[in-house]
Design a protein around this ligand. Structure first.
Ligand code: HMG
Ligand code: MG
Length: 286
């Protein structure tokens, strides 16, 4: 039997958060609804962050209200603090499966830029979010940004990423998504980083989150597959970027990742034709 690789679609969140123009809630919902029919099991649909920091995600409550949830799909939202958790609780729709994503950085420079606090402070803020999610039976994933390079601090040591992973893992075992935020990682730096993180958490608990600035994202995914990872984040149509990481381009495109994985004989359960239609829809929104 073919081995399964789980794709976490981040286009509606990581993709659209960086778009300069206003995107109507109805357009976001149409994209998410189409993606929901593709066989994807994880779709990240928005963020409960400060609307002053990321205006494009300020309508996430309306997106949750508008989307037509499909059984078997888990809808993820970013939540940095209890204020965000309260926003999520007020907006969630009964009967829908959600996941909240907490996020930290492996580098202090990006932590300041993205969350306005140190790494340690960001962990302290997310602890009550994780506890609230656990009490409510909501799944949690943890992002670590700048796992090979930081736009402010330069190259990031594997040991710093392992320390960040340990901080999240000590809060609770959760899927750790390792973000090459500015797409500077190479198979060599990614492999060194993954070996360090695998001392903290098993490869099966890790996900690769590669932005594609350097055109190395697919090579980095291949490296991560060799080291045992079976979960990857991607954005339909290669949408994306982080507004607080200068130079962060699009995420690796979901359609490219699927082509590669299917070509290597992995199963994803995702229909490439539907993803192709969604990619076209996403491009039309820009
Ligand atoms: P702050 O300014 O230090 O926070 O921001 P504060 O506590 O002083 O609050 C300032 C104001 O924001 C207050 O409002 C709060 O009520 C409000 P005011 O009194 O001025 O009217 N506020 C909130 N409003 C709504 N929802 C909230 C919330 N929290 C505070 N949750 C804060 C700290 C964390 C809020 C801010 O830095 C922030 O929102 N950052 C988020 C940045 C972000 O979303 N970045 C993109 C996602 S991360 C990413 O893309 C990387 C990833 O893809 C992986 C990778 O590629 O590496 C995941
Ligand atoms: Mg990202």
């Amino acid at each position: 039997m073919a081995e399964f690789v789980r794709i976490h679609e981040v286009g509606p969140r990581d993709g659209l958060q960086n778009e300069p123009g206003v995107i109507a809630v109805a357009d976001k919902v149409a994209l998410i609804d189409l993606l929901s029919t593709s066989g994807l099991r994880d779709i990240e649909v928005g963020s409960f962050v400060s609307p002053k920091w990321v205006p494009q995600m300020a309508d996430t409550d309306r997106v949750l209200a508008g989307l037509h949830a499909v059984d078997g799909v888990r809808y993820a939202v970013l939540v940095p603090n209890m204020r965000g958790w309260d926003g999520f609780v007020a907006a969630r729709v009964p009967g829908v499966t959600y996941e909240v994503a907490v996020f930290i950085s492996a580098s202090e420079g990006f932590s300041r830029s993205n969350l306005n606090c140190s790494i340690a402070e960001s962990v302290a803020r997310l602890v009550p979010v994780v506890r609230a999610a656990q009490a409510a039976g909501v799944g949690v994933r943890g992002y670590i940004s700048c796992v090979t390079d930081c736009p402010f601090d330069g190259p990031v040591r594997p040991g710093a990423v392992a320390r960040a992973a340990q901080m999240l893992w000590d809060v609770a075992p959760m899927q750790l998504s390792l973000g090459d935020t500015i797409g500077k990682g190479t198979p060599q730096t990614v492999a060194r980083m993954l070996r360090a993180v695998c001392d903290v958490a098993p490869a099966t608990a890790l996900a690769g989150h590669f932005h594609d600035t350097g055109g190395q994202a697919l090579a980095n995914i291949a490296t991560a597959l060799d080291l045992g990872l079976r979960a990857f984040d991607s954005a339909v149509g290669g949408l994306g970027g982080c507004p607080y990481a200068p130079g962060a381009p699009g995420n690796v495109a979901t359609e490219a990742v699927l082509e590669m994985l299917h070509g290597l004989g992995f199963e994803t359960g995702v229909d490439l034709d539907v993803i192709g239609q969604a990619a076209e829809m996403a491009r039309g929104m820009r």
